[in-house]
Design a protein around this ligand. Structure first.
Ligand code: NAD
Ligand code: TYD
Length: 334
């Protein structure tokens, strides 16, 4: 039995990870730890909260007293972060706090408690932007362009330094853009799907020709479970979907699935310092750990559109902001 602390477990990827871990890794006992910021939502875990292998604790990764109050764990995986580029452009203080100070606090906690693994979940955005050719490898220089990606890069570098200096068994993973159920509708795919379900236009930035490499969240979670089990401390693993598509093509794919045409696209001013292209070389995790993405993008996107159609109450509550009061109050009363 392995006791795993999952920080940021009530967000998009963290909640999908918890569900996948409970389904596929019977040796794991999970502490789901989350500050429940605007992006954290206990409704994301509602179907698994009663599982006896899961305990939920509300807490902040920047608070070492709260971390010290937890039962001893064997390993940690950190999803807790401020994660949206546009918000980091509006104001970056919370990004510096959670993505840098929070990672530092977790690294110190990992040292104190002698865990056997700390997986720091990071992003390909730390590498900056690509031209029309080439892919990010783990050796690509870090060249972040947004306050979000800069704060993630700083967290990655602290993780590296703790491994070098203190032999803290940290592994950093850098994944491309995720999509799937329970993604907060500020990110492009759920925003565009739910806007069409509300009969609103979809705001496409700039010329729409920026390229992202999409991966289904379940493939990402499977890669992380493998890294937790078999990854080597001190190593960085890129994770990617092998599916590059422009935002314009992506928008057309979403609109087609919602019986909408291009008149629903609203061209809006571009994001400042908008990274042009991301593409991930994930040959290291493939050759060393035997992982590759399984979910075909066209099928995964159709399933995701269906999920948002079927879960209107979830996204309406999130878009209205009511979920914060409702679910968190409800949980506090348990
Ligand atoms: P998210 O915004 O949906 O979830 C983040 C979670 O962290 C929320 O539940 C929030 O309440 C929690 N949190 C925030 N600050 C906290 C704090 N100080 N203490 C404790 N909990 C806190 O983000 P996501 O999309 O699930 O991303 C998870 C991780 O994966 C992030 O580190 C992100 O950088 C990384 N990542 C995301 C993507 C993507 O496409 N979404 C791609 C690659 C990497
Ligand atoms: P996003 O989902 O915010 O992820 P990231 O910026 O981390 O890649 O955005 C994905 C792409 O979609 C990105 O190139 C910006 C673009 N985008 C739009 O065109 N309109 C939108 O309203 C949003 C949120 C994003």
């Amino acid at each position: 039995m392995t006791r795993l602390l999952v920080t940021g477990a009530a967000g998009f990827i963290g909640s999908n990870f918890v569900r996948r871990a409970l389904e596929t890794a019977p040796h794991l006992r999970l502490i789901a730890y989350d500050a429940l910021t605007y992006a954290g939502n206990l409704a994301n875990l509602s179907d698994v909260l009663s599982d006896e292998r899961l305990t939920f604790v509300r807490g902040d990764i920047c608070d070492s007293d709260q971390l010290d109050a937890l039962p001893q764990v064997d390993a940690i995986i950190n999803f807790a972060a401020e994660s949206h580029v546009d918000r980091s452009i509006m104001g970056s203080a919370e990004f510096v706090r959670t993505n840098i100070q929070g990672v530092h606090t977790l690294l110190e906690y990992a040292r104190r408690t002698n865990v056997s693994r700390l997986v720091q979940v990071s992003t390909d955005e730390v590498y900056g932007s690509l031209g029309s050719t080439g892919k990010f490898t783990e050796e690509s220089p870090l060249a972040p362009n947004s306050p979000y990606s800069a704060s993630k890069a700083a967290g990655d570098l602290l993780a590296r330094a703790y491994h070098e200096t203190h032999k803290t068994p940290v592994i950093v993973t850098r994944c491309s853009n995720n999509y799937g159920p329970y993604q907060f509708p500020e990110k492009v795919i759920p925003l565009f799907i739910t806007n069409r379900l509300q009969d609103l236009k979809v705001p496409l930035y700039g010329d729409g020709l920026n390229v992202r490499d999409w991966i289904h969240v379940q493939d990402h979670c499977d890669a992380l479970l493998l890294v937790l089990d078999k990854g080597a401390p001190g190593v960085v693993y890129n994770i990617g979907g092998g599916c590059e598509i422009t935002n314009l093509e992506l928008t057309r794919e979403i609109l087609r699935r919602l019986d909408s045409d291009e008149s629903c696209i609203e061209r809006v001013t571009d994001r400042p310092a908008h990274d042009r292209r991301y593409a991930v070389d994930f040959s290291r995790i493939s050759s060393q750990l035997g992982w590759q993405p399984e979910i075909d993008f066209a099928e995964g996107l159709s399933a995701t559109v269906d999920w948002y159609r079927r879960n209107e109450a979830w996204w309406r509550a999130v878009k209205d902001g009511q979920y914060l009061e409702y679910y968190n109050k409800q949980y506090a009363q348990r």
